[in-house]
Design a protein around this ligand. Structure first.
Ligand code: FMN
Length: 353
């Protein structure tokens, strides 16, 4: 079966990347995705801010922008799935082409620009999910490009999706919505987390639910910025940081003809830089925030390196463009073997060691 998916993935490579992605989503909706039939591995089970994960390998935001396939992706073996980025109102995103494979570099550049169908269908799909699910499903929140008060868009997302998802991610690190990353500055982040905290407290009071809230950051941050963001996040009661989104940097090593396309770079060349920033957050947070490592994860060793740098769980997207959704089972197998070889009986034991 895995060979079938590998062949299909190779065939998809001959197509325009965005068309291939749309076709993948359609196939997954039809139930044509891989199904994980392996017994659960207790050594991979872990927790993240009170969420129970069957394994620490999650699907990163951007793959399922409209919350169409969280169930098929859990079935494929992911330990958790993050849908979105969703904005309050539907928007078309940037003109095509806006997604590029850098095959020689095992990388991707995208400048999608938060193309999504808006909160309404997103909320309806999440509320229709039959629970319990095999793993948590998160909602990644964004702001409409034309919004006058961008912070209000995040508050709207949090309020509307309260009780519909297991956790929230506040995405202030997409490079493809002009000015969005400015929300990472100390003053803007204070205002954003302050207003979100207020909305959150009101919802907790009204519902007795209190899902964790994560902030997703860029990899293009220096030590001072990491320290400032950490202090603001801790003070505001943010539960964790996802490190990281795509990078604006273009490493010298890139050889693909698409290397100079505008947008965010992800995949293998992001592994080193995003893990270094993860390590900075670990040092700054000193256990006060959970960390989730994203950027370039394509193997069990990559996932293991993120855990050692302080991540309680990891997420991936770009590597799937090269290997298809079957990739998660290989990563899980490799990670379990690596943990055992290093003498760790569980994921949690290896975090930040
Ligand atoms: C095509 C594409 C679209 C993405 N869209 C989003 C998005 O909507 N929201 C978000 O927070 N991250 C988005 N990302 C970033 C990923 O979630 C992830 O943080 C990043 O790609 C690094 O992981 P990777 O190297 O495993 O892809 C997107 C990435 C790609 C490749």
């Amino acid at each position: 079966m895995t060979d079938l998916y590998r062949t299909a993935t190779r065939a998809f490579h001959l197509m325009d990347p965005e068309e291939a992605h749309l076709l993948t989503i359609r196939a997954l909706k039809l139930g044509l995705g891989p199904v994980d039939r392996s017994p659960p591995d207790p050594a991979l089970a872990t927790t993240l801010c009170g969420l129970t994960l069957p394994n620490p390998v999650g699907l990163a935001a951007g793959f399922d922008k409209n919350a169409e396939v969280p169930l098929p992706m859990l079935r494929a073996g992911f330990g958790f799935v993050e849908c979105g980025t969703v904005t309050p109102y539907p928007q078309g995103g940037n003109p095509r082409p806006r997604l590029f494979r850098l095959t020689e570099d095992r990388a991707v550049i995208n400048r999608m620009g938060f193309n999504n169908a808006g909160l309404e269908p997103f909320e309806a799909r999440l509320r229709a999910l039959k629970r319990p699910l095999s793993g948590p499903v998160g909602a990644n929140l964004g702001a409409n490009k034309e919004a006058i008060d961008r912070i209000a868009d995040y508050v709207t997302g949090l309020t509307r999706l309260w009780g519909a998802c297991d956790y929230f991610t506040v995405n202030i690190s997409s490079p493809n919505t002009p000015g969005l990353r400015a929300l990472q500055s100390r003053a803007a982040l204070e205002e954003l987390t302050g207003r979100l905290g207020e909305a959150r407290r009101a919802m907790v009071g009204a519902t007795d639910l209190n899902p964790p809230v994560f902030v997703k950051v860029a990899p293009d941050l220096g030590e001072d910025e990491v320290e400032a963001m950490t202090e603001v996040a801790v003070a505001a009661g943010i539960n964790g940081i996802i490190v990281s989104n795509t990078t604006l940097a273009r490493p010298e090593s890139l050889v693909s003809p698409h290397r100079d396309e505008t947008g965010g770079l992800s995949g293998a060349p992001l592994m080193g830089p995003s893990t270094r920033v993860l390590d900075l957050f670990r040092q700054a947070a000193r256990g006060r925030l959970a960390l989730i490592g994203a950027g370039g994860v394509a193997s069990g060793d990559d996932a293991y390196a993120k855990l050692r740098a302080g991540a309680s769980a990891v997420q991936l997207y770009s590597a799937m463009a090269y290997e298809g959704p079957g990739l998660v089972l290989r990563i899980r197998r490799e990670l379990a073997a690596r943990l055992k070889a290093e003498g760790f009986a569980s994921v949690a034991e290896a975090v930040g060691v």
